[in-house]
Design a protein around this ligand. Structure first.
Ligand SMILES: Cc1cc2nc3c(=O)[nH]c(=O)nc-3n(C[C@H](O)[C@H](O)[C@H](O)COP(=O)(O)OP(=O)(O)OC[C@H]3O[C@@H](n4cnc5c(N)ncnc54)[C@H](O)[C@@H]3O)c2cc1C
Length: 433
């Protein structure tokens, strides 16, 4: 047994972790079901944990073929490895989350989204097919249009074990992003700016949810892939290197995430960003994965770990819903320094998290106080017709998850097809999926 957790380090539970290096290993684990597949453990909560059997897939990490941007790879391959292999040849993932340390299987199972959801949709948009091992050990190749594909993309490993997939990468001419930073002073100005720049290929905002004079201040980061003619002379188009990571001390003092300190840190962050507002050329790693520069930053919140809250709100209710969420967070005087706001485009697949509108994500230290606040945020989200991201969840009650009618349909489908006896996680049990 090993004591494991998701990225938030909450909850930590003893699980029987079994490693797969081949399809035969997966078949053996499936024969001894129930189980849940685990990728690189970057989901925040308990989605990739099953005390009875957690099947670690990062040993299945072979890239099988590549032709003109079309890659076939095993589920355990990390996005970081795909980038380091193919960016020097002019290819980049079509969709990427805010960390490159996710496995292909994890990206598919959560149907992850990036800063370009409003233009390109979620990960599903680049997946041609997935090979999924079902309860009887048979492998089915599922492609867009197949029911298995629809439920697997966003199905959090609960439709079977993803063995391999074919994905399409995006051609890029350089490894740089032409970035524009806008410093804004209110939520409504931020939403107006998102609206005005909705054709930007990438966009994301950091927004201050703390109480005090900076509440609602934001930094909107727009981006597009830079062309060779934009690079200063002497710059190498594809000088892709692995960067050294800055170590993070274990456990910042808890007061850092409260009242005055939180307000002060947010204020410093905004002023620093505002001074640098305007155009800049930044490398791919700094633009897409700023947090990856810090080694084990998930230890910052200390031994008890942290929980993330991420919801999506429909376009029509986003302005009032976000204001209500931010007011509740400010009143509670707790939360993260980095609260991330993104605009979503049309829903990509039937079980995908994103819906047309906005998504807000932020971390809270794991404590009774935070959990109570998050129940309040759940209610505000539901009252505004929103939904929640399973990849970030560690604590939602079943009733909140089931308020999304798709969850009930998913649970019924799993029961009917025998999946619920075979593929279960702590999360699926908690949410009655
Ligand atoms: C710093 C940070 C930033 C992030 N930013 C974003 C973001 O911008 N957008 C976004 O969408 N997400 C984001 N995430 C969440 C992350 O992208 C997802 O949780 C992703 O699923 C993690 O992949 P993983 O390989 O670590 O999977 P794990 O965390 O190990 O597992 C996640 C889920 O995938 C399932 N799974 C994994 N492998 C398989 C397989 N082979 N077969 C079947 N099921 C499998 C698991 O059962 C589990 O349900 C972020 C996470 C971090 C830590």
């Amino acid at each position: 047994m090993s004591l494991i957790s998701g990225w938030g380090r909450y909850p930590k539970v003893d699980c029987n972790v079994v490693s797969a290096r081949s399809q035969a290993d997966v078949a053996q684990a499936v024969a001894a079901a129930p189980l849940i597949a685990r990728g690189n453990g970057r989901a925040y909560g308990d989605a990739a944990m099953n005390p009875g059997q957690t099947l670690a897939m990062t040993g299945m990490d072979r890239m099988l073929s590549f032709d003109a941007g079309v890659l076939v790879a095993e589920a355990g391959v990390l996005l970081a490895d795909i980038i380091h292999t193919f960016l020097p040849r002019g290819w980049f993932p079509m969709v990427t989350p805010g960390t490159k340390y996710v496995s292909l299987g994890g990206a598919i199972a959560a149907d992850v989204h990036g800063k370009n959801h409003h233009i390109d949709g979620s990960f599903r948009a680049c997946v041609d097919w997935v090979d999924v091992m079902g309860p009887d050990g048979a492998v089915t190749r599922a492609a867009p249009g197949d029911t298995l594909f629809d439920w697997t993309l966003g199905g959090m490993g609960l439709t079977g074990v993803i063995l391999r997939a074919q994905i399409r990468l995006r051609p890029v001419e350089t490894m740089y992003i032409a970035q524009e930073t806008r410093a804004l002073t209110s939520l409504s100005a931020t939403l107006d700016a998102f609206d005005e720049t909705r054709d930007a290929p990438y966009s994301v905002a950091w927004i201050d949810c703390s109480d005090g004079p900076h509440h609602g201040h934001s930094l909107l980061l727009l981006g597009r892939h830079a062309t060779p003619s934009e690079l200063p002379s002497g710059w190498n188009r594809f000088n892709v290197k692995r960067k050294r990571k800055l170590p993070v001390p274990f456990g910042a003092p808890p007061f850092v995430f409260r009242g005055l300190w939180l307000r002060a840190l947010n204020g410093i962050y905004w002023r620093r960003g505002a001074r640098r507002a305007g155009q800049a050329l930044v490398d791919w790693d700094s633009y897409f994965y700023p947090l990856d520069a810090l080694a084990n930053w998930n230890r910052l919140y200390g031994r008890d770990g942290f929980v993330q809250f991420q919801c999506a709100l429909p376009m029509e209710t986003s302005a009032t819903g976000l204001a209500a969420l931010m007011d509740a967070i400010a009143a509670a005087q707790t939360g993260s320094v980095l609260s991330v706001l993104k605009r979503f485009g049309p829903q990509s697949g039937p079980f995908s998290f994103p819906m047309p509108g906005y998504t807000l994500a932020l971390d809270f230290p794991a404590s009774d106080r935070s959990l109570a606040l998050m129940r309040q945020l759940d209610d505000i989200t539901l009252a505004h017709g929103g939904r929640f991201y399973l990849a970030k969840d560690a604590r939602m009650p079943e009733a909140v998850a089931k308020a999304d009618p798709r969850a009930e349909a998913f649970a019924a489908m799993r029961k009917q097809s025998g999946l619920s006896d075979h593929f279960t996680s702590l999360q699926s049990e908690r949410l009655g999926l």
